[in-house]
Design a protein. Structure first.
Ligand SMILES: Cc1ncc(COP(=O)(O)O)c(C=O)c1O
Length: 448
């Protein structure tokens, strides 16, 4: 049993979990919430506070893996969705909320010329890749080692590459995530090292005529939450222009960074973009959007429909309503405010790192950041990679924060802010971090 749990106490969460384990593998439908000895079950949540069924209230810096930009039960969303639910939740005819939301999103970034909605980020990335193949007539994709893009076979290759199997940095292996991934899938995915222009271009050139798209997350969480350099993104843009390939962005997480997503930071624009998470206002969502001439391949008016595409719950009016309200409230000012507050948190935690004298660093962008067990911030996936020992220490640190400080964070020691947070929560967070750094200092030093 976890040290910080009271072994004499009967937790309601534990009772539920014991039953769940008989019905659901591991007791959970998403490994994200898996936790030993048992995950805690939620009773209710409001704003940035979540209360579990054993009555403990915690501040939520995970926000359902970066998807709740306004925290929990945001009143305008609750109101709008309640009204929509009374009118019906899913139809086999078109709905106005879809059009309203499409209009709003397409006005938000210049590269968003046409859009289609789906039900998850995984589905959005998958559809974007399939659109790229259909448009270019080519089969391979290229992606960064370590980058997470959801669970589509091709998009997940090398997401969990490790020293034993990642191979030479000049020619990284295509490493499967799920056992049984077909060899053809691995052969059709070219893996490159993020932010490494020279190696990446050399790898792409080896498959010049075969690559349909280069898939990029401009601030990939698993690669270390490091920003894509201008030089790197521009080089990919140029390479794709010269080789009849598409540059496609996964902004499922990073859309929160600016009003128009991280693409606002670059002089070049992606051909297609996948969205998800915050654009659902707390409901399952995904979208892919981009150049009209590419998106036309989905238009059933076409005599030769290159990419037939459907989904029973795609663009359902509940998600469309919640998403529209969430994005209306996430205007330019809201983006600026949340980014400024997150920067304050980063500054205060950096100060705590200095006061405690621990060899740790922070990376991030906009309203998100990640802490690393190394003095110098990582710049590559291989530097950000956590050994088993580092992972075990991070689990202990997260448990400390969860049980002793009543804080919830993402399992990489990352925080994703919501607009309802204030300086009060930032102070609570940085004070807790200082105590944690002091407590684990000897173990942090040992990991180096
Ligand atoms: C960058 C990125 N792309 C895609 C996905 C997949 O989104 P979903 O979990 O909605 O399928 C995620 C999920 O965390 C993600 O972080």
């Amino acid at each position: 049993m976890n040290e910080s749990l009271n072994s004499n106490k009967q937790y309601k969460s534990e009772e539920l979990y014991n039953e769940a384990r008989h019905l659901i593998p591991g007791g959970v439908s998403r490994n994200t919430v898996f936790h030993k000895p048992f995950p805690h079950y939620v009773k209710q949540a409001s704003g940035c506070y979540v209360t579990d069924i054993d009555g403990v209230e915690r501040i939520d810096f995970a926000n359902n893996m970066a998807s709740l930009i306004h925290g929990h039960a945001f009143p305008p969303i609750v109101e709008g969705v309640t009204e929509q639910i009374k009118r019906g939740t899913a139809f086999t005819i078109a709905t106005e909320p879809e059009l309203d939301f499409a209009r709003l999103l397409c006005n938000r970034a210049s590269s968003f010329e046409k859009i289609r909605f789906v039900n998850s980020g995984t589905e959005a990335v998958m559809a974007m890749i399939k659109a790229s193949r259909a448009f270019t007539g080519k089969e391979k994709i290229a992606k960064a080692e370590g980058a997470y893009h959801g669970t589509y076979d091709f998009a997940e290759v090398s997401q969990k590459a490790k020293p034993e199997n990642w191979g030479d940095i000049n020619k990284p292996n295509s490493v499967p995530v799920a056992s049984g991934t077909p060899k053809n899938v691995l052969n059709d995915v070219v893996i490159f090292p993020y932010n490494d222009v020279e190696r990446t271009l050399s790898l792409l050139n080896q498959h010049k005529d075969e690559i349909a798209c280069v898939l990029i997350d401009p601030v990939p969480h698993r690669v270390g939450l490091v920003k894509g350099n201008d030089e790197f993104i521009e080089a990919l843009y140029k390479w794709t222009r010269e080789n009849d390939a598409l540059l496609v962005f996964d902004e499922v997480v990073t859309f929160r960074v600016n009003y128009s997503g991280t693409q606002e930071n670059y002089t070049v624009k992606p051909d297609l973009t996948a969205l998800g998470k915050i654009i659902g206002g707390g409901f399952p969502v995904g979208a892919f959007t981009g150049r009209s001439d590419i998106m036309e391949i989905l238009d059933p008016h076409q005599k030769n429909l290159l990419f037939p595409h459907s989904g029973t719950f795609s663009a359902n009016p509940v998600t469309m309503t919640a998403g529209r309200i969430a994005m209306e409230h996430f205007d330019e000012q809201a983006v600026q405010n949340i980014n400024a507050l997150t920067q304050k948190a980063i500054d205060q935690i950096s100060e705590a790192i200095g006061v405690a004298g621990v060899p740790m660093s922070i990376t991030g962008a906009g309203s998100m950041f990640r802490m690393h067990l190394r003095a110098e911030p990582p710049t590559t996936y291989r530097e950000a990679y956590q050994t088993k020992e580092a992972e075990a220490l991070i689990t202990k640190m997260l448990d400390y924060l969860f049980y002793e400080e009543n804080l919830m964070m993402i399992n990489t020691l990352a925080c994703m802010f919501s607009t309802v947070m204030t300086q009060k929560e930032v102070d609570i967070l940085s004070d807790a971090m200082l105590r944690m750094f002091k407590k684990f200092k000897p173990e942090i030093e040992q990991i180096q």
